[in-house]
Design a protein around this ligand. Structure first.
Ligand SMILES: Cc1cc2nc3c(=O)[nH]c(=O)nc-3n(C[C@H](O)[C@H](O)[C@H](O)COP(=O)(O)O)c2cc1C
Length: 224
């Protein structure tokens, strides 16, 4: 049985992201998954303070809140899905605060984790009408954050014209998109359905490796 975590990211109660979350829960359960929902607006999440305590040997965050526990569960899960509105071309602030806390696993001294293509992540964006390139960039950001927790595959479902709270519930096409994404998340297929690259398949972080820019900075410093 696959363990899937849905991060529900809308500050608005009863809107489209909530409806998409409930819909995805049903679809995933129907496919035999064990599903847990983490509703960001119901939690008090302390922001990362950049203290680098997590860079020490024990790799723990100084904050002991529900986000710290969630991040460890996401780190061990088979799949993760963010259902959120688009706010100013990105995720809502509280979701960004949560994602910054993923830094606890972005650990250069211990070596970064190699993302596994078998571990799949995704996003459902409900939004007003931003163009596709904006959605793509926002999705790349989400894929990048989930990759930090070892997720090597990513896909997205977009639901535009969702300003009215009930649009998702009334639009079969959007429900079909979320059903297809849910299906892919718990399938054994690692290639994403959209065929779109979200940048995470670049083999940038091997186990124990440092990112190229860190290597370049180190070499430049050694030469100066
Ligand atoms: C603060 C704020 C910023 C927003 N920024 C964007 C945006 O950049 N692009 C867009 O298409 N819609 C934007 N919207 C519209 C929301 O994405 C849209 O209403 C969404 O469906 C809300 O999701 P919900 O029903 O789950 O709350 C914004 C809404 C708010 C409140």
């Amino acid at each position: 049985m696959k363990n899937v975590i849905i991060i529900s990211g809308s500050p608005r109660v009863g809107g489209n992201s909530d409806a998409a979350t409930e819909f995805a829960v049903r679809e995933l359960k129907r496919r035999g998954a064990n599903v847990e929902v983490f509703r960001v607006r119901d939690e008090t999440i302390a922001p990362c303070i950049g203290c680098d305590a997590c860079m020490g040997e024990r790799e723990v965050c100084v904050h002991r809140d529900s986000a710290a526990e969630l991040i460890e569960r996401v780190f061990r899960a088979d799949a993760v899905l963010l259902c959120a509105p688009l706010y100013f071309m990105g995720v809502p602030g509280a979701v960004k605060v949560l994602f910054d806390r993923f830094y606890v696993h972005y650990n250069f001294p211990k070596g970064l984790k190699t993302p596994s293509p078998q571990r799949k992540s995704g996003v459902v964006f409900c939004y007003g009408g931003s163009p596709d390139d904006v959605l793509h960039r926002a999705s790349e950001y989400v894929a990048y954050c989930f990759r930090d927790l070892g997720y090597g595959s990513f896909d997205a479902a977009y639901c535009p014209m969702c300003k009215d709270k009930s649009t998702f519930s009334q639009t079969d096409e959007y429900q079909n998109r979320v059903a297809a994404l849910s299906d892919w998340l718990v399938s054994d297929e690692t290639r994403n359905r959209s065929g779109v690259s979200f940048g995470i398949e670049r083999d940038r972080f091997a186990d124990g490796a440092e990112p190229p820019e860190v290597t370049a900075a180190r070499q430049a410093q050694a030469q100066s």
